[in-house]
Each structure stands twice: as structure tokens, then as C-alpha cells.
Design a protein around this ligand. Structure first.
Ligand code: AMP
Ligand code: ZN
Length: 461
């Protein structure tokens, strides 16, 4: 029986889907004005484990993940500079080109981490009419007010506003300095922002703005998720996910919008993954510690080593990323891969250890415990064919692509082959340093390359 921690009820609950055998899952997706970093990837890996665990429990999952390609503001809620405009200036491209480029980069990272793709990736810019419709609905139901710069949600009008985070408007006002502007309550938020130039034409440089009943402008940050989840999943749906930073603002406001417009609870179960920090601090470009999946590959790591590292922690615990921790994950993964190469072909698994593994993941996705069971299996006194069968079943949740390694004594992974080819090219052009670097990368992946008269020979370390 699957148990999941629900942020909304603040407890772990036995999971019960709305429609038998089916689960509707909405995962807040990436903003596409820059590369996703490994903190973001921790979140997307968490969603993947949710999804794979649901599948393991026999559910048919329909998953929607939005692509936020509308410019939003860099500040907390409705302040600061628009991130899309910042990106356009930085790269000299149109908004559409930027969004497409970073969406493609995101999908490439997802594939590299063996994260299953969502069924639908709706883009915010392609759902402006749906968002306008929902705001009109909220207006009709009396939850909005106008200011000189837009349309706002009046959080004082919604009886249970704050139920997700437990934070009330007065507390928010006291806690952080909130730019009130013309807002009635500190927690009120924009549903539609007018372009500053409304009335006299469109804002110079702002390519993302649309006509609306309230004037030319663009949607607030939260409305896309309420509108698109309703369109593709109907409400209420089963599970809504995000990082913990989404609880207090983004998800609280999504919940309020759907409640206000549809008089429905948006989702039954709200799940949030903790943050990943680097060297015990926030990642930032200025500190030079903001890493992407590409950076890890450049340094010679297999992206799946990062996946292994993330699986080693519970999703509700913080992860402190260091390269020592990544080395340890890469070594463990190499060891696992090497061990299973010599196993026999899978046949009749070990029910007891499989049960133990499923109990761990079904206990609010306890992946670190699940990994411990994997090693228990590896070290167990069982026929390797049984171990192979069970391990591959476990890997349906872990997603470490172990099938490519089980019972393949001579198989050399594609990444290693590619590095060997690159190294040969470097040697031909006498780039010895580069060639040594590539050798180290190959060794990190658990292989040794020997230069013979017949060409490079690749061996397991
Ligand atoms: P964004 O593209 O900025 O909207 O972020 C995508 C997701 O990544 C959101 O659900 C965030 O909660 C999550 N996220 C952002 N930074 C981190 C981090 N350092 N660690 C874990 N998750 C993060
Ligand atoms: Zn969202």
C-alpha cells in the first residue's frame, strides 16, 4: 500500500486515487529563460520517482508538466525585472527563440537523467485564452479587484486562504517586507499585469503581451498552472508537485485561484521536495557554483551518478551537493554496474527482497532505504539469475538503466565508446593533455584504455 506525505494535511496518508486504477499528476515545470541547474534537476528527479512508484503500484499515470515561457518578474511575487526580457537582452534573441532553446535543453537533460517524459508539456503562452477565461470567472465570483497596474486576487475574500502553508496575510506582512503598492492585503497577488504602456501602445521590447478585457498585458505568475491543470486533468486531480519554495506562494495561490473560480480543491495530495544546496549554500552564478547537467558531463561524470546521488536522500531532506559526494555516487554506480555484468540472465527473482524494496518506496518514497535493499540483494547468497531478475524490477523505480549492464560482460557503454573516440582524435592531433584528460574521464566511468598496435583496447577497471 502506497503512503505519501501530503503537505496540505501535514501527514502521511494512504494514497487513494480519485478514479480507480488511474492517477492524474500535475508537476510544476521549468521556467525556460536559462539552463536548469542541478537543484532544479533534483526536483524533476523527485517527480520521476513519484511517477515510477505510481506505475509500480499498477496505476495508469497521466502527467502534465507546464513550461513557463511567459516572462515573469525576478522578484518574489510581482516585483523586479522580467526574466524573459533579461534573457532577450543577454542573448539578443526573440522571446520565442529563447523559450524554444531552453525547452530543448531541458528535455535533453531530462533524457540524460533517464527521467520519463510527461504526457503533455503545455506552454503558458499557448494558453492565454484559458488564463483570461479563468480570471473572468474569478472576477464574476467576486475575488478580484483592479489597480492601476492590473487585476489582483483578493485573498481576504477566500475563507481558507493560507491553508497550504499555514501562513496568514498579517504574518506575511510582519515577516517579510512586502511591496504593497495598491494591494489590499500583503498576500494578494496579480492575476493580470498591464503593460506599463497600456493605453498608448505596447511596451517597447516586451514581446510577450496580449490583449485582454482589462487591457494589454500578461498573466500573473500563478494563473497558468490553475488554468492548464484544469484543462488537461480536470479538477480536483490526484497529485500536485513542486519544490518546497512553491508551498507558500505559488501553490497557495494556485489553490486559491482554482477554489475561487471552480469552487473545487485543485488537487488532493500536494507533494514538495526539499532543496539541494552546493557546499552548504545557495547556488549562484556569481559564486561559480551553479552547475548544470552539462557541467557534470564536462567534468567526466555520468549523469546517472547524479541520479544515484539524489536517490540516496529522502525527497523531504535537504541534499548538500559536493563533488566528493558525486564521486562516491559514481563509484557506487560503477561498482554496481561491474558486479551485474557477470551475473546470469534474469530468471525467477527473490520475492522477499523485492517486497522489502517495494515497502521502502511505498513508504513515502524512501529511496535511500530502497538503495540499501539493492546492496543487500547484491550481497545476498542467491543465484545471480534471481538477483538479476529482482534488480531489474527494482530499477523500474530507480531508473539507473541497469538493463544495459546486467549479464553483459563485454558490453562497453556508449559514453565510454564516445570518450575513447574523442581520445583517439586528440592523440592523432597530438593534443596530449586533452588525451590524458579524456583517459581520466574514461577511468571515472570505470574503464581503462590501453593503446595497442591494433588500436585502443577498453577494459573494465
Ligand atoms: P524554476 O525553473 O525556477 O521554476 O524551478 C523549477 C523547480 O525547481 C521548482 O519546482 C523549484 O521548486 C525547484 N528548485 C529550484 N531551486 C532548487 C534547488 N536549489 N533545489 C531543489 N529544487 C529547486
Ligand atoms: Zn505551477
Amino acid at each position: 500500500m502506497l503512503h505519501l506525505y501530503n503537505t496540505l494535511t501535514r501527514q502521511q496518508e494512504a494514497f487513494k486515487p480519485i478514479h480507480e486504477g488511474k492517477v492524474s499528476l500535475y508537476a510544476c515545470g521549468p521556467t525556460v529563460y536559462w539552463f536548469a541547474h542541478i537543484g532544479n534537476m533534483r526536483y524533476f528527479l523527485f517527480v520521476d520517482v513519484v511517477r515510477r512508484t505510481l506505475a509500480l503500484n499498477g496505476y495508469e499515470v497521466k502527467m502534465v508538466m507546464n513550461i513557463t515561457d511567459v516572462g515573469h518578474l525576478t522578484g518574489d511575487v510581482d516585483e523586479g525585472e522580467d526574466k524573459m526580457i533579461v534573457a532577450m537582452r543577454r542573448e539578443g534573441k526573440t522571446a520565442t527563440e529563447i523559450a524554444q532553446f531552453y525547452t530543448d535543453a531541458f528535455l535533453q537533460d531530462i533524457d540524460r537523467l533517464n527521467i520519463k517524459r510527461a504526457n503533455i508539456y503545455p506552454k503558458a503562452t499557448e494558453h492565454i485564452p484559458e488564463q483570461i477565461e479563468m480570471i473572468k470567472h474569478l472576477e464574476k465570483n467576486g475575488f478580484t479587484y483592479r489597480t492601476s497596474d492590473g487585476v489582483y486576487f483578493d485573498t481576504a475574500k477566500l475563507q481558507r486562504y493560507g491553508r497550504l502553508s499555514g501562513q496568514r496575510s498579517e504574518e506575511k506582512k510582519a515577516g517579510a517586507r512586502v511591496e504593497m503598492g495598491e494591494k489590499h492585503n500583503a498576500t494578494d497577488f496579480a492575476l493580470w499585469k498591464l503593460s506599463p504602456s497600456t493605453g498608448s501602445g505596447h511596451l517597447a521590447g516586451r514581446q510577450m503581451e496580449w490583449d485582454s478585457p482589462w487591457g494589454v498585458g500578461f498573466p500573473g505568475w500563478h494563473i497558468e498552472c490553475s488554468a492548464m491543470s484544469m484543462k488537461y486533468l480536470d479538477v480536483p486531480f490526484d497529485i500536485h508537485t513542486g519544490g518546497v519554495d512553491h508551498i507558500a506562494v505559488h501553490h497557495e495561490n494556485e489553490l486559491a485561484q482554482t477554489q475561487g473560480a471552480e469552487n473545487e480543491l485543485e488537487a488532493h495530495v500536494w507533494m514538495h521536495s526539499e532543496f539541494l544546496t552546493v557546499d552548504n549554500g545557495k547556488m549562484s552564478k556569481s559564486l561559480g557554483n551553479l552547475y548544470t547537467v552539462d557541467d557534470l558531463i564536462q567534468k567526466g561524470y555520468d549523469p546517472l551518478a547524479f541520479r544515484y546521488l539524489v536517490l540516496g536522500a529522502h525527497y523531504r531532506s535537504k541534499i548538500n551537493f559536493t563533488f566528493e559526494a558525486l564521486d562516491a555516487a559514481q563509484n557506487a554506480l560503477n561498482k554496481l554496474r561491474q558486479t551485474v555484468r557477470d551475473w546470469d540472465e534474469p530468471e525467477v527473482g527473490c520475492a522477499e527482497l523485492e517486497e522489502k524494496f517495494f515497502a521502502a518506496v511505498n513508504d513515502d518514497l524512501n529511496t535511500s532505504q530502497a538503495l540499501a535493499v539493492v546492496w543487500e540483494l547484491v550481497n545476498a547468497d542467491l543465484p545471480t539469475s534471481a538477483k538479476a531478475e529482482s534488480l531489474l524490477r527494482m530499477d523500474q523505480v530507480l531508473g539507473l538503466r541497469l538493463k544495459e549492464f546486467v549479464a553483459r560482460p563485454h558490453h562497453i557503454p556508449k559514453e565510454v565508446q564516445e570518450l575513447v573516440t574523442l581520445r583517439e582524435e586528440a592523440r592523432k592531433t597530438k593534443q596530449w593533455e586533452r588525451s590524458d584528460e579524456l583517459r581520466l574521464q574514461i577511468e571515472k566511468l570505470g574503464f581503462h584504455v590501453e593503446d595497442t598496435a591494433a588500436g585502443p583496447q577498453i577494459k573494465k577497471l
